[in-house]
Write a protein that binds this ligand. Structure first.
Ligand SMILES: C[S@@+](CC[C@H](N)C(=O)[O-])C[C@H]1O[C@@H](n2cnc3c(N)ncnc32)[C@H](O)[C@@H]1O
Length: 202
């Protein structure tokens, strides 16, 4: 059931591959997705700047959800739906080519070698991300962990359906002009300055 009154979204398993997110807002607007929005600073900030766009944010932790809801209410935003869940089943529920932009900002770094298999950016994750993104959709990945930056870049390019955005490929250490700083990013916990990888879904 999709709750259109509260800015939250429940996704039943039965919707696999069929949920058209544009329908959440009753029109054919572009839909942007943020995976692991943390406290929601970036999600809420972008939603305030782009009221014509519909946003879906996935974050399994209740503290982040509560923070984002507070921000949504404070700004009176009506263009955001939050899902308090692992993003992967949510992504699996979405229709092909239904997302115009996706953000994966400072995902859990799992820096130790034995933990790295838990990282979000896996080949099978990229298959689903590619399926749900429209051709030409922008996908932004950021991390401040060097081994994750290297691994994610290799995996995006190995997929074959994501082109590294040319102007950003020359300048991956400069925050993109349209970026809004996140809480985790400000903590500077990683082992390198943030790396910004912007891809275009081919
Ligand atoms: C390191 S924090 C970064 C949060 C935020 N993007 C920021 O930059 O402040 C990573 C976030 O991803 C969330 N997360 C981890 N696994 C996830 C998953 N499978 N789906 C959605 N969110 C996830 C965590 O709960 C956490 O809030």
């Amino acid at each position: 059931m999709i709750d259109t009154l509260l800015p939250t979204l429940q996704v039943p398993d039965a919707l696999e591959g069929t949920l058209d997110p544009a329908g959440l807002f009753g029109d054919a607007r572009d839909m942007w997705l943020e995976i692991g929005f943390g406290g929601g600073e970036h999600l809420v900030g972008q939603a305030g700047l782009h009221k014509e766009v519909g946003f879906i944010g996935c974050e399994p932790f209740i503290e982040g959800m509560a923070k984002a809801l507070t921000g949504i209410e404070a700004q009176g935003l009506t263009n955001v739906r939050l899902v308090m869940e692992d993003a992967r089943p949510v992504m699996a529920s979405l229709k092909d080519r239904s997302i115009a932009r996706a953000f994966i900002l400072f995902p859990d770094p799992w820096p130790k070698k034995r933990q790295q298999k838990r990282r979000l950016i896996q080949p099978e994750f990229l298959v689903v991300l590619h399926r749900i993104c429209k051709p030409g959709a922008k996908v932004r990945f950021a991390t401040d962990v060097k081994s994750y930056a290297d691994e994610a870049l290799q995996r995006f390019l190995a997929h074959g359906g994501f082109d590294w955005q040319a102007e950003r490929a020359d300048d991956w250490r400069t925050p993109p002009e349209d970026h809004l700083t996140t809480r985790y990013e400000s903590k500077k916990l990683g082992d390198c300055a943030p790396v910004w990888l912007d891809f275009i879904r081919s």
